[in-house]
Design a protein around this ligand. Structure first.
Ligand SMILES: [Zn+2]
Ligand SMILES: [Zn+2]
Length: 94
């Protein structure tokens, strides 16, 4: 069983949590918030959930290698079938 501290620092889309989609886009915002999205484009407050970051990393081995992703960076999975990630600095939007 898991013995980590549960936290709610992550945002994850329901397409993933409902088991339909793989995680294809992970971002670690400068403010420390992590988000995990699939390749759907219609992400809004109706289809995202807050989740425990540690649980995501435990339950989703495909993203394990992103655990040390620095704040201010995001990662896109290059191919859905492979755990190869293209890591880019998040562009400032102002
Ligand atoms: Zn947890
Ligand atoms: Zn999604």
């Amino acid at each position: 069983m898991t013995n980590h501290v549960h936290n709610t620092l992550a945002i994850i889309c329901k397409h993933i949590t409902e088991g339909k989609k793989p995680i294809l886009h992970v971002s670690h915002e400068k403010d420390g918030i992590w988000s995990f999205y699939c390749n759907e484009s219609d992400h809004d407050q109706n289809n995202v959930d807050a989740a425990c970051l540690n649980c995501i990393f435990e339950n989703e081995p495909s993203v394990a290698e992103l655990k040390n992703l620095e704040a201010g960076y995001d990662a896109m999975r290059i191919l859905q079938e492979m755990d190869i990630w293209d890591i880019q600095k998040i562009q400032e939007t102002h």
